[in-house]
Design a protein around this ligand. Structure first.
Ligand code: PMP
Length: 372
């Protein structure tokens, strides 16, 4: 038989729940066309790069001091952005920001999860929900989906009633499937969670700006335990910035103060994010292009004979393959890196520039011809 591979940390007295786990690890390979991590393919426009340099220069003059611990100016601008684009009026008091939405999610699990508590997600979904749960000592429950990757509302309700999780993750649009969740489903799960016990519902809208449907943000109105999480990594084309945020009842923002590290958001990060928000309209123009490229990928993949899951994100799930990892390798051999998320039969491609998408489509058309 095979022996278990040894990890460098096996000899260390690490926590039991970390034993046997693997770290998050999308391959970072040097390939001509990289469509594997749902990044925005467009570099920031030069005018914005200049503005960032200007604002960071200003921030640099004050780097002997700690940053604004409450990031008030940034939260005010994020609230303005949400109010303008997400169909619901919020203020700085409703908004909290951290280093990527991963840190937002970690702070939420530190606040509302933790030892003796559980979180549920409906899989396949964003793998970090489970990993951050484990990292914060929160038990993880894997809930079901339908064959078309929509949430199976009856099965989800039953799982919530059975396990009474303190945290419910709903990812819309979902990663890696691209599936949007409608407001009725969110409310059904919210009501189920409330009926089961004290609980918090986290709607992860990392890809919200790419959806055909409006944001679920208006649902926070009158629902103190419903939180919407967002990021500047995708729509703002700023994955390298590490800026995520949430919108919720101000009591949630206050509660998160109990676990956030003091001065977690550097002055440089705050200055850069503020500069990017000044260029929102230009950046949302790129989002519009990416949405139409996403729709083109869906249509072309279907025309080529692939099965494609409806997508509301900046990526597309396609299949089906008997051996998706072998197909992943064959696409890579043609210079295009896509993502094998471990969903049996399926792969995921991020919408890139028109030229990158053409390179990807050429590769998968060629494969189709070879196999037919
Ligand atoms: N949520 C979802 C659904 C994601 O796919 C991602 C990034 N892949 C994140 C959150 C985290 O993004 P970030 O930390 O860059 O904001």
């Amino acid at each position: 038989g095979s022996t278990t591979p040894r990890n460098p940390w096996d000899e260390l007295p690490i926590r039991d729940e970390l034993r046997g786990q693997s770290p998050y690890g999308a391959p970072q390979l040097d390939v001509p066309v990289r469509l594997n991590t749902n990044e925005n393919p467009y570099p920031l426009p030069e005018a914005l790069v200049d503005r960032i340099a200007e604002r960071v220069r200003e921030a640099a003059r004050g780097l002997n001091r700690y940053p604004d611990r409450d990031a008030v100016e940034l939260r005010t601008e994020l609230a303005r952005y949400l109010t303008r684009t997400a169909g619901h009026e919020v203020t700085a008091a409703h908004v909290w920001a951290a280093n990527g939405s991963n840190e937002v999610l970690q702070q939420l699990l530190q606040t509302f999860g933790g030892p003796g508590r559980t979180a549920i997600g409906f899989e396949p979904s964003y793998s970090m929900h489970a990993l951050i749960s484990r990292g914060t000592g929160t038990g993880w429950i894997s809930g079901p989906r339908n064959d078309d990757f929509t949430i199976d509302v009856e099965a989800a309700r039953a799982a919530i009633a059975e396990h009474r999780p303190e945290v419910v993750f709903i990812t819309s649009p979902n990663n890696p499937t691209g599936t949007a969740v409608n407001a009725e489903t969110v409310l059904a799960l919210y009501d189920a969670a409330k009926a089961a016990g004290p609980s918090t519902v986290v709607v992860d809208e990392a890809y919200g700006e790419f959806s055909h449907h409006p944001s679920l943000l208006p649902l926070i109105e009158g629902r103190r335990d419903l939180i919407v999480s967002r990021t500047m990594s995708k729509a703002f084309g700023a994955a390298g910035l590490r800026l995520g945020y949430l919108a919720a009842d101000p009591a949630v923002v206050d509660a998160v103060q109990l676990v956030r590290l003091p001065y977690h958001l550097s002055s440089v990060t705050q200055a850069t994010a503020l500069a990017a928000l000044e260029h929102t309209d230009t950046l949302l123009g790129y989002v519009a292009q990416l949405k139409s490229e996403r729709d083109r990928l869906v249509a072309e993949l279907r025309a080529t004979g692939y099965e494609v899951t409806d997508s509301d994100a900046n990526f597309v799930q396609f299949g089906r393959f008997d051996d998706s990892h072998a197909v992943w390798q064959q696409i890579l051999d043609r210079g295009v890196l896509v993502r094998d998320n471990g969903v049996p039969g399926w792969l995921r491609v991020t919408a890139g520039t028109p030229a990158e998408n053409d390179a990807f489509l050429d590769a998968v058309r060629e494969l189709k011809k070879e196999h037919d």
